[in-house]
Design a protein around this ligand. Structure first.
Ligand SMILES: [Zn+2]
Length: 94
């Protein structure tokens, strides 16, 4: 049995930017609680990861260096929620 090469399917890896590279929509840059499905079907939970979420296409962007650090390169993000949602909402309304 062979797994697909790392990098064949996973979340987009790019430096965190102000705008979504796909649709140019503004990214929500904050910290996220995330779940990753690894190639061996195990789940990895990572909390308070800094990242950017596109409001439009719901793509999560995480710094590639951080992905490497957490050894998530082969994983696929299956779940992400803003860990400081309340703070973020206050920031938007200001
Ligand atoms: Zn987008």
């Amino acid at each position: 049995m062979s797994w697909p090469e790392a990098g064949s399917h996973h979340l987009a890896m790019t430096s965190i930017q102000e705008r979504c590279p796909a649709c140019r929509h503004r990214l929500i840059t904050t910290r996220f609680d995330t779940a990753f499905r690894m190639p061996d079907q195990s789940e990895r939970l990572c909390f308070s990861i800094p990242g950017g979420l596109c409001e439009d296409c719901h793509q999560l962007y995480i710094d590639p260096e951080l992905i490497e650090l957490l050894d998530l390169g082969a994983g696929r993000c299956t779940f992400a929620i803003e860990s400081d949602l309340v703070v973020q909402e206050q920031a938007w309304s200001a």
